[in-house]
Write a protein that binds this ligand. Structure first.
Ligand code: C5P
Length: 222
């Protein structure tokens, strides 16, 4: 049996979440979606009516909010102050606002502490996000940086949303580009591969091939 920590970082639209979840299920490991935590924090900020360039207001709203998230790969349920937000965190409104919220250093400190606490007792865990290998779990057993060509990422995200109209696919591509540029250039914990990460480029791979490759890498190190 695998025991240890697998980190899965990378830009949006690589299918990272569904790959991470499947890898966790195959390894019999716990799973944590840290993007869902930043999205839940964003719900709290939006509901507090705070302006997105008001870093102090954002920090206050996130500090006050109780974010609930599980570490079971088979079920996703996210709450803010007890209210279920599992679907709402995937909305366009939240997706638009999440990068500025997650760029606030005090927000990152709060959520990174919560992430470390959530996985502290797990013998085996897969954690996905942007800064897991670089900041959250620097001593992880296996660090994967999952990428894919921008066109492939836009097409996958469109397929996931059931979008076929070329103009809407172009809008999705633009949204991914904007969010990745924001996430990669922020001062605190920018998106980048850890120096000891294995880069997995899934552009020409089926989902099951990506999953199998990562499971094999994890088993080699366990
Ligand atoms: O992975 P997902 O697309 O749900 O992440 C949403 C956003 O949350 C990212 O675009 C990024 O701004 C932020 N995020 C982050 N650090 C993480 C995970 C997500 O800054 N570890």
């Amino acid at each position: 049996h695998f025991s240890g920590q697998v980190t899965l970082d990378g830009p949006s639209g690589t299918g990272k979440s569904s790959v991470a979840r499947a890898v966790a299920l195959e390894l019999g490991a716990a799973y944590l979606d840290t993007g869902a935590m930043y999205r839940a924090a964003t719900v709290a900020v939006l509901d507090a009516g705070v302006d997105l360039d008001d870093a102090e207001g954002i920090t206050r709203a996130v500090t006050r909010a109780a974010i609930g998230i599980g570490t079971d790969a088979a079920t996703e349920r996210v709450t803010v102050d007890g209210a279920e937000v599992t679907e709402r965190i995937r909305s366009t409104e939240v997706t638009r606002a999440v990068s500025p919220v997650s760029a606030v250093p005090a927000v990152r400190r709060l959520l990174v502490d919560a992430q470390r606490a959530l996985v502290a007792d797990a013998t085996a865990v897969v954690v996905e996000g942007r800064d897991i290998g670089t900041v959250v779990l620097p001593d992880a057993t296996l660090k994967v940086y999952l990428t894919a060509a921008p066109e492939a990422r836009a097409e996958r995200r469109a397929a996931q949303l059931g979008v076929t109209d070329p103009a809407r696919i172009a809008a999705i591509a633009e949204d991914l580009r904007r969010r990745d540029a924001y996430d990669s250039t922020r001062a605190d914990s920018p998106l980048r591969p850890a120096t000891d990460a294995v880069t997995v480029d899934s552009t020409h791979w089926e989902r099951h091939e990506t999953i199998a490759a990562i499971v094999e890498l994890a088993r080699e190190r366990a």
